[in-house]
Design a protein around this ligand. Structure first.
Ligand SMILES: NC(=O)c1ccc[n+]([C@@H]2O[C@H](COP(=O)([O-])OP(=O)(O)OC[C@H]3O[C@@H](n4cnc5c(N)ncnc54)[C@H](OP(=O)(O)O)[C@@H]3O)[C@@H](O)[C@H]2O)c1
Length: 299
């Protein structure tokens, strides 16, 4: 259930938003601009003042804000702050949408916690930075998981600040999708950092090099589709273009180049070590996808 289009104007559901940090403020502005009555609360009241001037109602406490509306969106720093802020609030009959970044385990525990307090619960993971919120065609979206009924009922309201992608009834799945994508991004940033280090002392302008990085990484990112096909079939030798054996041999050139350029290989080494271990197990004709097997810890 993916819908990356922002919602069209419709009946304006009133809602409560807990947390007016950078992200909460952007969310509140998008709902206010679309005509939704918004009640906000923030631990530090001064941080909600600008929104009051823009039409938001500022509640004196989180409990008061929760009492104001059935739909309660929470965007605080982390799971611990959600527990702290909602301690003492009556959640009976509330539709709690927690788009605070957390782990899958935290999403699941928070869902059980909300259920025990009489609330329906949806967890979320925001795939955007604040300037993308409410901006048409920015590509911003939020992963949601948990109560499908809650999601369907509030889908149009939730789609005002960013697109919506519902990933299942398991309340841990939104966080899992969010963190899996962020983890992949982390690896990409590591690669970009190493590449810039290689050219840093040369007469190559980073601004000329950046577009080359972007187009190469964009082209290579499509290999995720082949990896998915191999994972689903269980055949890591399917449609192999660049075998593990060839890639491990190529790693020597990457390491030698780092040495020649006076650059540490510490960002490259961990992945290369795993590739070498997989090769040593006799999987040279396969793709690198099989490295996934080495990462899975025994339950
Ligand atoms: N900013 C981004 O680029 C971005 C992107 C994706 C997802 N997110 C997620 O969105 C969430 C909010 O991020 P943000 O950018 O708005 O962060 P932020 O600007 O640092 O704001 C943090 C918010 O959490 C509140 N808070 C912190 N500890 C609290 C506590 N113990 N009790 C009650 N409230 C507490 C802060 O209140 P005070 O004002 O009183 O400190 C503030 O409202 C985070 O989970 C973040 O991971 C952010």
């Amino acid at each position: 259930m993916t819908d990356n289009a922002l919602a069209q104007p419709g009946p304006s559901t009133p809602l409560t938003l807990l947390g007016t940090g950078a992200m909460g403020t952007a969310l509140a502005r998008a709902w206010l601009a679309a005509g939704h009555p918004v009640t906000v609360w923030n631990r530090t009241p001064a941080r909600a003042e600008a929104l009051a001037a823009e039409g938001a109602t500022v509640a004196a406490s989180a409990a008061e804000a929760v009492a104001a509306n059935r739909l309660v969106v929470v965007c605080l720093l982390d799971d611990a702050s959600v527990g702290e802020a909602l301690d003492g609030a009556d959640l009976t009959g509330r539709d709690l949408v927690n788009i605070t970044t957390g782990t899958p385990g935290q999403g699941r525990s928070r869902a059980a916690w909300a259920k025990a307090r009489g609330a329906r619960f949806l967890d979320g993971g925001i795939m955007a930075v604040p300037p993308m919120i409410g901006a048409p065609d920015s590509g911003a979206y939020v992963f949601y998981s948990g109560s499908a009924a809650l999601f369907e009922e509030h889908r149009d309201t939730l789609a005002v600040p960013a697109g919506t992608t519902y990933v299942g009834a398991d309340p841990g799945f939104a966080a899992l999708h969010d963190v899996a994508l962020l983890s992949a991004m982390n690896g990409m940033f590591a690669g970009i950092t190493h590449a810039f280090a290689l050219i840093r002392r040369e007469d190559i302008a980073p601004k000329d090099f950046a577009p080359l990085l972007v187009s190469w990484l964009t082209a290579m990112a499509h290999s995720a589709h082949k990896a998915a096909d191999q994972l689903e079939s269980g055949d890591y030798g399917k449609d192999v273009v660049s075998s593990l054996a060839m890639q491990v041999a190529g790693n020597a050139t990457l390491l030698r180049t780092a040495e020649e350029q006076g650059v540490s290989a510490e960002l490259l080494r961990p992945y290369m070590d795993l590739m070498e271990r997989r090769l040593a197990l006799g999987n040279g004709e396969e793709d690198t996808t099989g490295v996934v097997e080495l990462l899975l810890r025994k339950p």
